[in-house]
Design a binder for this molecule. Sequence first.
Ligand code: 13P
Length: 333
Amino acid sequence: MSSSETEGAVRIAPEPFAHVDAEEVRMLTEEISALKVEKGAIILAHNYQLPEVQDIADFTGDSLGLSLRAKECEQNLIVFCGVHFMAESAKILNPTKTVLLPSLAAGCSLSDSITYDSMMEWKDRYPDHTVVTYVNSSAEVKALSDICCTSANAASVVRSIDNDKILFTPDRNLGAWVKKQVPEKEIVIYDGACPTHDVLRGANISAADRGDPGTIIIAHPECREDVLELADEICSTTGMFEAVKRHPHARTFIIATEWAHVHRMKQMFPDREFVVADGCIGCRLHCPYMKMIDLKALKRSLAERVFEITVDDEDMAGARRSLERMMAVPRDA
Ligand code: 13P
């Protein structure tokens, strides 16, 4: 059974790398490349996708980079290798295109932690606040927000708002990090978190640090405060590439985010060592939803045009307003 046949079901993700047969990867890669040309498609992939999926993508990036790429894209068919809210954003930003998500099981528990009802309840509690919503949220929730942000622009988005009262949803760790950077605003933070990042503790980082005085710690802002306090650099996944360049003399980097991200870091910086931070010994930070898409699911998606992402008209207009306002704000430094 392919992963896309488990539509809507919860399934244990394949163990990364465990069963990847090089010959099968080569054949599937060739078939997918041919199908992509035949169908006139573009393949976009998030930095947490399986390495072999990242390798075949036309563009790999963070949430902000993928949204920008989807908005500008000329191909009529976008195959989005990421999670549902990302594919939904691509559809919202480029509504005349067909957007496919190779597995409908690719959800996001952070996004699911805020619903229409819970957002309405928080908005009622804080009626004078401007609502800033992380893109890890549904179109329905984005439509109820004033503006969106990603991990690459959250502080700049909050600074750009002409109101000192902010309601930040749904990620409490990203919200706390923004609050530190923008102390002049009164920021109320919703109580959601990404379970993949939230398991990590400062103690895990200290255990991974082998005492090399040149070791640099780079963390994603979805990590908890005790982790961020130890970090030399805090940035979005794509921001991490620039962060490595800022430390030309460092050899070892501890990366506090989902394990698949180091695939391209290793490709781009072959002379450096990347150590993925562990939530517990031998257990890398792993997002099961990001791993729902493998090459077989991607091939099927192109061949059978599944699964098409649609957004209802009312949510579409409101969510697009929130996303477009965000996209007018530059990336954080
Ligand atoms: P980035 O936008 O930094 O890639 O993060 C996306 C995400 O979902 C992190 O868990």
